[in-house]
Structures are given as C-alpha cells and as structure tokens.
Design a protein. Structure first.
Length: 94
C-alpha cells in the first residue's frame, strides 16, 4: 500500500499550511490549510471558512472549541474526516 508523506503539504515554512492555535492545545500551533471560500447560495453571499488538517494533529479538536487562525478566532461547527481517515476538514464560523 502506498503511504503518502503529508508533512510537505502541512509544512508552515515551505508548504501550504499556516499555524493555527487550538483552544486548550499545544502552544506551538497546529498546521492547517485554511480556506475561506465565498459562497452565493440562493442569492445570499457569504463565506464558508474551513481548515484541513492531519487527523493526528487535531484528534483533540471538538465541535464548539475555538481554532485561532491569523489572529481570528473561529468556532469549530463540524468535523468531517476524509475517506481514508488521514485528514479532517474542520468547518468553522466566526
């Protein structure tokens, strides 16, 4: 079975990730790939922030906890694991 090294994607220096701080978590931060996509559902525009993280890095993240990214505090409203369970998409709101 092929096992991909996700470390390069979640590298905060040379990869695609930025450091986020999980409420009650490690002070060094959790590397996440953050996206605040614009949505326009039924003529109402808004954003749908989400953070992609390695499941092992956010195993303690629960719905209702705060995840701070670039100085903005977001509340985790849903955890969606990927099919293989290696990654988790955290749906957020401000």
């Amino acid at each position: 079975m092929f096992t991909e090294d996700l470390g390069e994607f979640f590298d905060t220096t040379y990869g695609h990730a930025i450091a986020a701080t999980l409420q009650g978590g490690a002070t060094g931060g959790v590397p996440v790939i953050f996206d605040r996509a614009m949505l326009n559902d039924l003529g109402v525009a808004g954003t749908s922030p989400q953070a992609l993280a390695k499941a092992s890095d956010v195993s303690a993240a629960n719905v209702g906890q705060t995840l701070t990214i670039s100085g903005t505090a977001y509340t985790i409203v849903r955890r969606d694991p990927t099919d293989d369970g290696a990654l988790v998409v955290l749906q957020l709101r401000t």
